[in-house]
Design a protein around this ligand. Structure first.
Ligand code: HEM
Length: 443
């Protein structure tokens, strides 16, 4: 039997203050060396096929100063210096694997352009067409226009957006990642100097990989992250350009979202529901409630009722008492009659490590710098619409509940109505395309 996930008998909740940062191996060498694919690893950016998986990351969001060749020349110098080809990422992984897990390897970088970015560079013909046939989301950008004329498939709840995302144009991002924070800071400084005069840095976000003592990546609610990611990410790659030619480079559409996670509320809701269920003669722990909200155990096993789960599992026949419909992973997972969604997630946490002392200061926000890669933006748009309709317990808001609480069923007690919402808030974001190395070389 294929065993993608194995239930660990000691799946106790890893207390937030037990989380600590340790170095983990970066992505292993890419398996994509076959001859049928229309691209090579030297022609595409890193972090697509395999995650960078570095301990620290900084996003620099750029707004280009003016159109034309001089900005493109400066940008090319910046990207030649900092963007990592997938083939280079493979080499670094090999060195890392040879030298042992704790040996840090070089910093890495990734670059994305929004539709505004293609226009400001004077390269609108290079702006990608969405293979689903409707490029409106990419062309319009994620931020709602001031006249609010656009119809949205999912409601951004944009009132929660923070500055500078609420008003600034994000033409591009440069993501720099490293296992050493001081080396990352030097790279960020180097990038600032190289782009100074050609672009303004309108926003800067700092992420850090949150790991447990086994070196496994956790998101701030404490759950193992990325285990449900597709192993083969090659379906996310599409030819670039508005009408791609036979020798087009390959890239992928990206959705960046800064999502704040309200840890206190998440844990309080779990406790309140546990208390109510217990009063009704049910027996459930806080941790089991949290697992029902996310749809996986704290150690990353999908709640499908069996200890061994194959990679291509679905939740189709799983009773609600095992995993509710509104559990995040269930809402995001394809049904048995759907193809698996072609999306990979490359997020990293931000804010203080949960449970870490902040010397009595007001707690700083914590959350996820979410980055998904997919061949069409209609995949995340569809998923976010689905999250709203299903009243996803991780992504849903009070507005999505529309006065109707979810039903929570735990073994041995009747279904219980309990309104669970607003454990996360989107603070900003944008649609980007991750262009090919051919595009960067031709700038
Ligand atoms: C702070 C916000 C979020 C948190 C805490 C979160 C957390 C998680 C966790 C713990 C998992 C299961 C383990 C894994 O990573 O593979 C997961 C899976 C997943 N999430 Fe999220 N997520 C968040 C936002 C989003 C958003 C915005 C989307 C979509 C646009 C999304 C789409 C998915 C998908 C597609 C899966 C895999 C489902 C499957 O195939 O079984 N998540 N998420």
């Amino acid at each position: 039997m294929a065993s993608g996930f194995t239930k660990n008998s000691t799946t106790e909740f890893l207390d937030a203050n037990m989380l600590n940062l340790v170095t983990d191996a970066p992505a292993t060498a890419a398996e994509h060396t076959g001859t049928t694919q229309p691209w090579t690893n030297a022609e595409i950016q890193g972090n697509i096929l395999k995650a960078f998986n570095r301990r620290y990351a900084t996003y620099l969001f750029l707004r280009f100063n003016n159109h034309g060749p001089s900005v493109r020349r400066r940008l090319k110098r910046l990207l030649n210096e900092f963007v990592t080809r997938a083939s280079k990422q493979d080499e670094l992984s090999e060195v890392f694997n040879k030298n042992g897990r704790r040996e840090p390897v070089d910093g890495v970088g990734m670059f994305g352009l929004s539709a505004r970015g293609y226009k400001r560079l004077g390269m609108p013909a290079h702006s990608p067409a969405d293979p689903q046939g409707d490029s409106t989301p990419f062309d319009g950008g994620l931020r709602e226009p001031e006249d609010q004329t656009r119809d949205y498939i999912w409601d951004h709840h944009q009132s929660g957006w923070e500055e500078p995302f609420a008003t600034a144009d994000l033409d591009a991002f440069l993501l720099l990642a490293d296992d050493l924070s001081d080396r990352l800071q030097r790279s960020v400084q180097g990038a600032r100097e190289l782009i100074d005069g050609a672009a303004q840095i309108v926003a800067e976000e700092h992420g850090r990989r949150l790991e447990d003592r086994n070196g496994e990546q956790r998101e701030p609610f404490g759950f193992l992250e990325g285990r449900l990611n597709r192993k083969d990410a090659s379906p996310v790659l599409v030819p670039e350009g508005s009408s791609p030619s036979a020798d087009a480079g390959y890239g992928t559409f990206a959705l960046f979202l800064k999502i704040e996670q309200h840890l206190d509320r998440f844990h309080q809701l779990a406790h309140d529901l546990q208390t109510e269920v217990t009063k009704n003669n049910g027996s459930v722990t806080d941790q089991e409630v949290r697992e029902h909200a996310v749809g996986i155990t704290i150690s990353g096993v999908p709640l499908v009722g069996t200890a061994e789960v194959s990679q291509d599992f679905t939740f189709d026949k799983v009773p609600e008492s095992v995993c509710p419909f509104h559990a995040h992973a269930r809402a995001m997972r394809n049904f048995a009659d759907e193809e698996p969604f072609p999306m990979v997630r490359r997020g990293i946490g931000y804010g203080p490590v949960p449970g870490e002392s902040q010397n009595g200061a007001a707690p700083e926000p914590t959350g996820l710098l979410f980055l998904s890669l997919q061949p069409s933006l209609w995949t995340p748009i569809m998923l976010l619409g689905r999250a709203q309709r299903r009243r996803d317990a991780v992504l849903g808001s009070e507005k999505d509940l529309n006065g109707t609480a979810q039903e929570w069923t735990f073994p041995g007690c009747p279904a219980h109505k309990f309104a669970w919402a607003d454990v996360t808030t989107i603070k900003g974001g944008e649609y980007f395309f991750i262009p090919s190395m051919k595009f960067i070389d031709a700038l």
